[in-house]
Design a protein around this ligand. Structure first.
Ligand code: ADP
Ligand code: MG
Length: 143
């Protein structure tokens, strides 16, 4: 079986809206296995490091200020085709364009405050997971 990992982050708006449980429920219902999870408060420098690929974009300041504005919950998820399937589950970056039934469509307020992050490739999934979790904290348990 070819499983794949992706990094999800429940963003500060998700935590502020008391949606941690509801969003994780939807993620688990869709068949993702939680391999690592914690709550962190990123400082601005750490948020800038995570989103470095977007550093030239006009929204970089807004994005990193938002991501360091409150706690986040990074989660390493595993499933067949995890990267693509997770992006389908969360929906388009802009919640107004996200499909009915997606997490962003259901809960996000705007393009910037869109509830949840998902990696965009298996390689970035690994890199991003290791941004938050050393390999020994990603638990390879059997359910
Ligand atoms: P995604 O999170 O869907 O992969 P991107 O990688 O393009 O989207 O952008 C990263 C994050 O930056 C988005 O989730 C969103 O929070 C923010 N963002 C993207 N585009 C904009 C924008 N035009 N205005 C404000 N924030 C944005
Ligand atoms: Mg992205």
């Amino acid at each position: 079986m070819s499983t794949e990992r992706t990094l999800a982050i429940l963003k500060p708006d998700c935590i502020r809206k008391n949606l941690i449980g509801e969003v994780i429920r939807r993620i688990q219902e869709a068949g993702f296995i939680v391999r690592a999870i914690k709550m962190v408060r990123l400082n601005l420098r750490e948020a800038e490091g995570f989103y470095e690929v977007h550093s030239a974009r006009p929204f970089f300041g807004e994005l990193t200020t938002f991501m360091s504005s409150g706690p986040c919950v990074p989660i390493v998820l595993e499933k067949n085709n995890a990267v693509a399937d997770f992006r389908t589950l969360i929906g388009a970056t802009n919640p107004a364009e996200a499909n009915e039934g997606t997490i962003r469509r259901a809960f996000a307020d705007s393009m910037g405050e869109n509830i949840v992050h998902g990696s965009d490739s298996p390689e970035n999934g690994r890199i991003e997971a290791n941004y938050f979790f050393p390999e020994h904290e990603i638990v390879n348990h059997t359910l």
